[in-house]
Design a protein around this ligand. Sequence first.
Ligand code: CA
Length: 437
Amino acid sequence: MVRGLNDTHDPQRKSWVSSANSASSDFPLQNIPHGVFSAPGRPRRGGVAIGDMVLDLRAAIDSDLISGSVREVAEAAAAPSLNALLAMGNDAASALHRCLFDMLADDGATRHRLESLSNELLVPLNEATLYKPAAIGAFTDFMTSTYHASAARRARPARELSENFLHLPLGYNSRASSISVDGVPFARPFGQHRAASGEIVFAPTAQLDFEVEFGALVGQGNQLGSRVSLDDAEKHIFGYVLVNDWSARDIQLWEMRVGPFLGKSFCTSISPWIVTAEAMAPFRRAPYPRSANQPQPMPHLDSSTHRLNGALDVKLNAFISTSRMRAAGQTSTQIVQTNLLHTSWTLAQMLTHHTTNGCNLQPGDLLGSGTVSGPTEDSAACLLEITAGTLPIKLPNGEYRTWLEDGDELIIKGRAEREGFAAIGFGSCGARVLPPI
Ligand code: CA
């Protein structure tokens, strides 16, 4: 069951918050993503993004703009961490979405009153500090792009896909505690690895990489011992964020016998705004097609509805900004452009697969799509594929990069677009690499 279209997806509707009406805004009236922020005089609390503003939900409640049964949902959305909101599930979230849509839409009648309250209600995004939107108790990362798994590009010969790759979404339990929100830097990690000399050393990684991913945040969980069917999976996905699964390739390569560990667990970045399942309804698509000679998903990972619209059409781009570029006043440069549709499994299939053994998911759990690499050179979504560790890319200012260097900033952006609908964005998922401690 996926959420249907309704008038909150009508592209003609505009907001009285004028910056939300710009076609380039990530946060038009049709998005209204949830996040957690603070600002001078406003301790940490929940809000929604609209144009270049944050709507302070505490202020909206205190101004009596939210009443009736949805008020309880709004209280959870105004809290300094959104797990209680996630636990309420998508029907509650849709009811609140409807209420906030009506509040933020320019319908003429209420505009004057709302504008007179705008100093209380709205905080400019550039004056707000953003936080991780929920406590993330568990982070599961998958590998679902055949292009990433076979890495058939550049100097590298195509690796054979493992036999199980198209039978099930391959995943592992990753680290939740080191997930950071956009803008939080991290130090280049130390670890054991084989140095270029061949010697095994304990030293800062020399092969720091990023992975452009897309994540689902679990809303309502499932009981331990129960399974979630594929057609019910969407009920358990509250919304979506951008994910960068930072990776130290030399550490990962040396330690990998039972899955990645210290090569991944030093940091994972996410974007601060949870784009709801409701807002993503117009951007549903048929999943990645499989050829007749490839294994088809088994019945528990397949359904007629899912075949029709189980996937999401999201453009994902990554940009790099180096210290030298910033010192020279140059803007970041794009090095990846890909689309979530390139993955061979959908987030709904990943969620269902996750519960097939009775494993319980909880509100705020994060499922990562895996590196979203596509078939073309520019859609390779990590340096391991782009440079293969041997063929550096040349940046516009003449610098070269094989792996990330100290001072580099890698920023992921995402946008969902479809003819006849308002495009919506995901904000920013970026971090700067600091020197090793
Ligand atoms: Ca990954």
